[in-house]
Write a protein that binds this ligand. Structure first.
Ligand SMILES: Cc1ncc(COP(=O)(O)O)c(C=O)c1O
Length: 443
């Protein structure tokens, strides 16, 4: 069998089946990252690369933070692993308390996972289990939203709204989807668009179709991230909250991107002023240094499981992962959230978001740009497609940027930006200068 090697590392590239990657193209032209510092990567060919997405939306405090390295090393020497089931260790409780303190009132009990995808599955199972324990076992249907991304497991792709992530995999769970809120009349809006709150009323139609007695939960990202940074229309999330309350349907926020700073507040819930019944986290929880996720639920949900769990030695929620609340992940999470608070990372984003907005909207008149969207330290460009090849232009522009020392995310017909919260204004401007050059070069 043919193997691909790279003179950069001398390793066989074929062994590794890379996730969400065009493996054939990558292995023909590898982009290997060997180091990081602050908001820069270092490539294997020795170049400094500006990190335009804080890794994958997860390293807001910047890379290679010594506080995190020390916390991880110390924990590995003190308690490397403890059984997650039926036994506990102090840092899991400490981190849960920290999350309770950082999330809005009404989100009080924390279940740990290892990723955003696992947070999705956990939250959907909590929602269904909750209704069953409340004596309403028919409430099983799950409602997502078109262009939503909730990870890659079966629950996540069922409620997810990105067709390309679903089409290979056959039958999904019983779900429906609200329409996305990416409306042509909102193109080039700075921040939250004015049009579209009424799209939340589609939930009424789904209730008319299925009856609320069959619907467990609605899950949305406060702003859609991977679908192309789509800020919610003004009033949309409030309307969704009202309708969920009206119909006794749980509202789940997938805060895997919005959690811990991205919008310029601690959570999307806080930023948009809407508290869900369940909030999912991952990514920024440990600043990306160790995999970890969390699901934070209301007292009503937690107490329902406690009250209906049978004898008190019985498991109330038969769910969990070997690595739920892993001691090293908890140590990393505590250290990351200490940095988050001490350095006021949410405040830094809030202070710099206007500059970010000015810079990204400065690209509005560049070749191929069909739309510009932004919220906090997140933004996206929609690019005009080649005939029948919607994903090609963003890929080409991103490759040009990589050659010029900028890593940007490309997905579907969009380029996406999510710099570290600590990135300074000059490098935010530089990031968009490089993209501007790339767009002109692609003209
Ligand atoms: C909103 C949202 N949910 C879930 C996920 C999945 O997270 P993970 O890749 O850690 O499984 C992501 C990842 O980008 C995400 O953005």
């Amino acid at each position: 069998m043919a193997t691909t090697t790279t003179p950069i590392t001398g390793v066989d590239l074929d062994s590794y089946w890379m996730p969400f990657t065009g493996n054939r193209q990558f292995k023909a032209e590898p982009r290997i990252i060997v180091g990081a510092d602050g908001w820069y990567y270092q490539s294997a060919d020795g170049r400094k690369i500006l990190d335009g997405l804080s890794g994958l939306w997860c390293c807001g405090a910047g890379h290679n933070r010594s506080e995190l390295a020390q916390a991880i090393a110390a924990q590995a020497q003190e308690l490397d692993y403890a059984p997650a089931f039926q036994f506990g260790h102090p840092k899991a409780f400490q981190l849960a308390q920290k999350l309770r303190d950082l999330t809005p009132p009404g989100l009080e009990h924390v279940f740990f996972t290892n990723s955003g995808s696992e947070s999705t599955e956990t939250s959907l199972k909590i929602a269904r289990g909750y209704w069953r324990q409340k004596g309403q076992p028919g409430k099983t249907r799950l409602i997502g939203r078109a262009k939503g991304y909730h990870g890659v497991n079966f629950g996540g792709i069922s409620v997810g709204g990105i067709g390309a992530n679903r089409k290979l995999f056959g039958a999904t769970l019983e779900t429906d989807h609200l329409s996305h809120t990416l409306l042509p009349e909102n193109r080039f809006t700075r921040g939250m668009p004015e049009q579209g709150a009424a799209l939340a009323d589609e939930l009424d139609e789904l209730v008319a179709l299925h009856d609320a007695s069959n619907i467990a939960a609605v899950i949305v990202e406060p702003f859609a991230g991977s679908g192309g940074v789509i800020p919610p229309p003004l009033g949309y999330l409030q309307r969704l909250r009202e309708l969920c309350d009206k119909h006794d349907i749980l509202l789940i926020f997938d805060e895997v991107i919005t959690g811990f700073g991205r919008c310029g507040a601690t959570t999307g819930a806080e930023f948009f002023g809407v508290t869900p019944d369940i909030a999912n986290f991952a990514k920024q929880l440990t600043n990306g240094v160790i995999p970890m996720g969390a699901v934070v639920v209301s007292p009503e949900i937690y107490q329902t499981f406690m009250a209906t769990g049978g004898p008190d030695y019985m498991v109330e929620f038969p769910h969990g992962y070997t690595y739920s609340g892993h001691p090293i992940a908890c140590a990393a999470g505590l250290a990351a959230l200490e940095i988050f608070e001490k350095e006021d990372l949410a405040g830094q984003v809030a202070a710099k978001a206007g500059h970010f907005e000015d810079c990204i909207h400065g690209l509005a008149n560049h070749p191929h740009v069909l739309d510009v969207r932004n919220i906090g330290f997140a933004g996206a460009l929609t690019l005009a497609a080649y005939d029948g090849e919607p994903a090609r232009r963003p890929y080409e522009v991103a490759m040009w940027c990589w050659q010029r020392g900028l890593y940007v995310r490309y997905g579907g017909d969009t380029l996406q930006f999510g710099p570290a919260f600590v990135m300074d204004n000059a490098d935010v401007a530089e990031m968009f200068n490089i993209v501007g050059d790339a767009l002109r070069a692609a003209a």
